[in-house]
Design a protein around this ligand. Sequence first.
Ligand code: HAM
Length: 453
Amino acid sequence: MSVKQFRLARAANIRFPLIAFHRIFAPIQFFTQNGYMAQAKYKTHLGMNDILPGEVEKWQALEQLIRTEAKKFNLEEIRTPVMEQTELIVRGVGQLTDIVSKEIFSFSRGDDNYVLRPECTAPVARAFVEHHLEQRGGTQKLFYIGPMFRAERPQKGRLRQFHQFGVEIMGSDDPVADVECISFMMHVYNKLGITNTTLKINSIGDPESRDSYKKALVDYFKPNRDKLSELSRKRLEKNPLRILDSKEEEDQPFIEKAPLIDDYLNDASAEHFNRVKTYLDELKIHYEVDPHLVRGLDYYTRTAFELISPDLGSQDALAGGGRYDLLVEEVGGPQTPAIGFAAGMERLLIACDELGIELAGPKQVDVYIVTLGEAARTWALKTLPRLRTKNLSATMDYMGRSMKAQMKDANRENARFAIIVGDNELREGRFTFRDMEASEESALTLDEILERF
Ligand code: HAM
C-alpha cells in the first residue's frame, strides 16, 4: 500500500488492523513510529472536517471566484463572529425550527448564553442594527463567506461545521433586489460550469396572506390528523406550513391535494411575485414555481427560492434563500425589507467533483534550489528572497538531504525550474538552471536566471 493509498483510505475512515500489520511489514512499522499509522489520540468532532493541503487550494479558488464575482455585482463583504447570543438566533431563525430546536451548538459563559451561528442572516441583521448600517444610505448589498454550525446527523453533503457563501441585500423591497440576488447565485454556479440545476421559487406571502393560508392548511389537515406522520402532527400545531416540506411517505397524498398559497396571496404579495417572475423571464433565468416550497427558517416573507442539483443525492439543495422583510425589526432595528440567500460550499465542491470540474491546478512551485555543501545552502537561503521579489514561489531543502533526494523532492513539489548549486558553481558564478518540464539545462549567472522571469 502506498502512502497515498493509505491517506485516501484514512480519509474514508477505513480502519486497519494496526498491530497485526506492523508486526509483519517493516515499512508500516516505520509509519507507526513516525505517527502516520498510529490511531490519532485527538480527533475532529463528528461532521467537522480539517481541510488539508491538496484540498484547501480548491477552497481558495472558490473563495477568490466568489469575491471577484461579488465585486461585479457591487456587493461588499461582511464578516461576523462565529458565536452569537442565543436569543438572537432563537428570535431570528425561530424557536420552533429544526435548526433552533434540535441542531444548535450552545454554551454559556457566566450568565450569558451563546450559540455557534447556524446561519448568517440573523447575525448580519444584528450587525446591521448594531452598527446602524442604514445610515450609510441606500441599499446595503452584502456578502459573506464562512463556517456555520448545525448539530445534524452527518452524511454526504451534510456536516456539523459547513461553509456558506451568501448575500444579504438590505433596505429594498423592490423585486429588482430579489432578482439581482437570485441572478448572483445563478451567476456563480454558471461561472463554475454547474448548469445542471433547477431553480425553484415560490411566494409564501406577507404576514396577512400567510395567516389566512395557515388557517386554510389547518382546516384542511385537521380532519386527517391521525393519518399524518408524527412530525407533521407536531407541525400542525406549531407551524402548519412546514408540513408541505415533509418527506414522509404517509404525508404525501395529503400534501398533494393541500390548498395552494397562490390562492391566498393578497394583491400586494401576488403583484410582487409576478414582477419577480417577469424579471426572471427577462433575464432568461429558468425557474419552476413550486407551491410547496416553504423553507425551514421562520423569518421568510414573500419570495422563497432554492437551487437544486440532481448530482447531489439526498442532500440536493445547493443553495436557498428568500425575503425576510420583518427580521431587522424583530431584532430591534428599523423597518428594513431585505432578501438574501446562502449556498453550501461543501455541496458546491461535491457537485464540481461529480461533474469533473477542476477548481485548482496541481500544486506547483516555480523554483527549487538544489544544493551541495554548506556554502551552497547559505547562497540558496540568500537567493530565495530575490526570487520571491520577482513574484516567484521558491523553496529549498530543509533537511540536509543528498542532491539526488533533493531532485526527487523538487519533482514531488512539481517544481517548474531547479537551480543546482555546488562549490564549483559558486566559484564560477554560473549555476545549473534546469527546466524540469523540458529536461533542459543551461549554465547561467544569477542575473541571467532572474532575467528569465
Ligand atoms: P439554508 O437553506 O438553511 O438557508 O442553508 C443554505 C444552504 O446551506 C443549503 O442549501 C445547503 O447547501 C447548505 N447547508 C445547510 N445545512 C448544511 C449542512 N448541515 N451541511 C452542509 N451544507 C449545509 C440559510 O442558511 C439561510 N440563512 C439562507 C438565507 C440567506 N436566507 C436569506 N438570506
